[in-house]
Ligand binder design. Sequence first.
Ligand code: ADP
Length: 515
Amino acid sequence: MRYLKFGTSLTRRCQEQRRLLDLGSRSCFHSDIFPSGTKAFINGAWVESHSGASFAVTNPATGATLASVPNCDVKDAEAAVVSARKAFQTWGFDTTAKERAALLQKWFNILMKRQDELAQILTAEQGKPLAEAKGEIAYGAGFFDWFAGEARRTYGQIVPAPVANRQHFHYREPSGVVAMITPWNFPTAMITRKTGAALAAGCTVVVKPAEDTPLSALALASTAKEAGIPDGVFNVVTAARQNTAAVGKLWCESPDVDVISFTGSTAVGKILLHQSADRVKRVCLELGGNAPLIVFPSADLDKAVAGTMASKFRGSGQTCVCVNRIFVHSSVYDAYLDKLKSAIVKDLKVGDGSQAGITQGPLINELAVKKVSGLVEDARKKGAKVIVGGARHSAGPSFYEPTLLADIKPQMDIANTEIFGPVAAVVKFDSEEQVIKLANNTRMGLAGYFFSQDVAQIFRVARRLEVGMVGVNEGVMSSAEAAFGGVKESGLGREGASQGMDEFTEWKYVCLGGL
Ligand code: ADP
């Protein structure tokens, strides 16, 4: 069988394989995408960890073991850096932007050709519904298409010199080796968003994907090989949680790594920033969010509800740009709650994301369900009204019901925590001034959303929200063309757009004298 096939027989086969305990870098996927099994990818070769250790990857919807992948440690991570450093000498200096663009374009075409197959791998290890997984593959591939273009527009400057016998040039040069540490909520796109820009700039890459979702990263490695990306330019080091901190530290402290690019929790981002300080290393951070969504009196309520649904429940509420705090003006509060309740009941279907019609997959693991459940219980005890949901879902231990809570108050934990689950928590407000204060009353500043038809208010509020990205009458705003990133403790730097190139290039000033 050439492509992955999902369904009962595969699940049963996975369960049988799990009984064998050690899959030894084998997988229950029958796909030409993993020709040598699910191994790490260093210097263009599929390799076991040097220690021979491996760890299991499971399907969060069924609990079945999908594959076993190498549990790499610092020795393997070091080998990946050596390979990326060596490859940088040619990729960074001997290839032209046009050649790098052509390879990125080829990689994009392969991802799109294999979209269904890659989406199935993503859904199996991450849990999101197949339609969303397909969307992520297209969105993720889009960064290769976009940065193939940007590679050729990495313009420098010739600046008039202050004296007659000199010429001043500003070149943009690749930063060098980029180490990426990525999360499980977008196992493909968080790698391609960084890699597209890095490769376009002439950098080479080592990636440590999240331990929950290494298969999508390895599938990217396979497609990189298929596209003809030279050996050592893109390396994937898989590691279980117990080896992760040491791998991260090694890369932060290594003089052979020039940039750390991380997407994940604020707590880990801070660790990486501290660890990189002694090397004065550039650190790009896409961290947590605490996005406000504000519904003003003039809002089109149907649009506001559609925007809330898209932003809140995508990925079962496990995205960093997810709406986290919903503020609704008292004049439209009841009407908004009614409409949101109907949409949740009518549009959301919970279950295994590989099955047709499912819109809400599992959370990434049982621990995530425990956290969400605790937040809901705390809110309920402190007086929140549960309008829909509010309990674990019968589909399995990793599932939680889509939930709508009203009358949220500041003293509830849910009002101050990144929920990362399918819970809409609604707060009533009375004035623009009050809601801006409430929205900005957080150390996070990634995304913010509001719904209003009042043009003056739109400009006022968009400027005053302390976030890196604002959706006005829109619930989903990410694209390859847009600069993604946060302010305050939500991060440093931007990904996507032309700004994405800034993270992986250095300005060099050359002064040509004696003319
Ligand atoms: P989450 O809690 O959502 O898993 P994390 O920030 O813990 O978010 O994980 C994001 C990525 O960071 C993952 O690839 C994870 O393995 C990695 N990671 C976790 N802890 C560390 C650490 N101390 N140093 C380096 N990377 C880490």
